[in-house]
Design a protein around this ligand. Structure first.
Ligand code: UD1
Length: 362
């Protein structure tokens, strides 16, 4: 069968996956593959989903399963049921899953049960902390995927340790592709966005917190909040786009000097990341993006899957430690990030992934 007739099904569900697919999808189409996008509906608020499809020119999904928020087991189960039906209907030749969300796991599980080959983009990451839902998802998906596209050298080693040595390719990080693709837009829109948020370049802090380990643990949450309040009292503005899960913790309470805003689109997030003095976050994607922009990052966790960031001192693990969060946020300086392309690829990983997928079909 010629490549032009091959059908690839892309499973998406959560914010970072929309960003990653915006790098890979154009190449799938350019290379004559038929792509069917399925949105599980894991993220459904306008600011968490549709705004990314619009802002990143990602084609509208052919299917949206509208699963929404549930306990993890139920959410994954509902997705599995819905995705199996869609796969039976569409009969794809390959299923692409991204990263480590419940949508990733459900997509891979539905495909493997139907003997459909799976390409896992952003495989091989490990935190070695099974209490983290994402760790469970990525380990399981790596063990059933047929093609492993890993973003870093350390991910190859992680897979090797688990006996996964076949069909592993390190072409770099697709999020770095998106970053490179949009560089000129960041530059041209910089002034407008900085003005919109009424801040000065490198004179504010950009914060996000959404991981269950921080939002579901009151002690950790209080420690982090106390540190951020202390930092804001020195007069430096804090801009904090609030994830819906985190929003519940504020309970409409306003904190003086901390500017909470709704979740932001890709472009605004990138420009604020670039313009910030320091980024404080527990997001995996944002800690990398801070390094792409040369902005120092404090990670509100005790470990990171992106160990290259801490090894090269682009990012610092501060956990929920009040003293470390405060001290490092004052000391943080602009990073020399010359090596970033060497670590995350040269911004060409998507085209290489698609080339490899085409070879797989042959
Ligand atoms: C998920 C991923 C995480 C990823 C993150 C990106 C899993 C296990 N985790 O975490 O790896 O970093 O997406 O943002 O899949 N909610 C809304 N509206 C929405 C989406 C969520 O109100 O559009 C609320 C609901 O109360 C929901 C909670 O946020 O229960 C958490 O959402 P969920 O998709 O379960 O996990 P995330 O924390 O977003």
């Amino acid at each position: 069968m010629s490549n032009t007739k091959r059908k690839v099904m892309t499973i998406l569900g959560a914010r970072p996956q929309f960003i990653k697919a915006s790098a890979v999808s154009p190449f799938l189409r350019k290379e004559g593959l038929k792509e069917v996008i399925v949105h599980t509906g894991q993220h459904y608020d306008y600011e968490m989903s549709e705004i990314f499809f619009k802002g990143l020119n990602l084609p509208k999904p052919k299917y949206n399963l509208g699963i929404g928020s549930h306990l993890h087991g139920k959410q994954t189960g509902l997705m599995l049921d819905g995705l199996e039906k869609v796969m039976l209907e569409e009969k794809p030749d390959l299923v692409i899953v991204y990263g480590d969300t419940n949508s990733t796991l459900a997509g891979a599980m539905a495909a493997v049960k139907l003997n459909i080959p799976i390409a896992h983009i952003e495989g091989g990451l490990r935190s070695y902390d099974k209490s983290m839902p994402e760790e469970v998802n990525r380990v399981l998906v790596d063990h059933i995927a047929d093609m492993h596209f890993v973003p870093t050298k350390s991910s190859i080693i992680n897979l090797e340790k688990e006996g996964i040595i076949k069909n592993v390719w390190n072409y770099g990080d697709v999020m770095y592709d998106v970053f490179k693709k949009n560089l000129s837009l960041f530059e041209s829109m910089k002034e407008k966005i900085i003005k919109k948020y009424q801040v000065n370049y490198k004179e504010f802090i950009f914060v996000t917190v959404h991981r269950a380990e921080n939002t579901n643990n009151l002690q950790r949450w209080n420690n982090i909040l106390k540190a951020l309040i202390n930092i804001s009292q020195t007069g430096i503005p804090i801009i904090w786009p609030v994830h819906p899960r985190t929003k519940m913790l504020f309970k409409d309470k306003k904190i003086e000097r901390i500017r909470t805003v709704t979740p932001l689109p890709y472009l605004e997030t990138q420009i604020l990341t670039k313009a910030a003095k320091v980024v404080i976050t527990d997001s995996g994607g944002l800690q990398k993006e801070a390094a792409f922009h040369g902005t120092p990052c404090l990670i509100l966790r005790d470990r990171t899957e992106w160990c290259e960031l801490t090894q090269n001192r682009y990012a610092f693990l501060v956990d929920d430690n009040y003293r470390k969060i405060c001290e490092l946020s004052f000391r943080a300086k602009l990073q020399n990030n010359e090596k970033i392309g060497k670590i995350f690829g040269e911004g060409k990983s998507s085209s290489k992934i698609v080339e490899r997928i085409k070879k797989f079909f042959k």
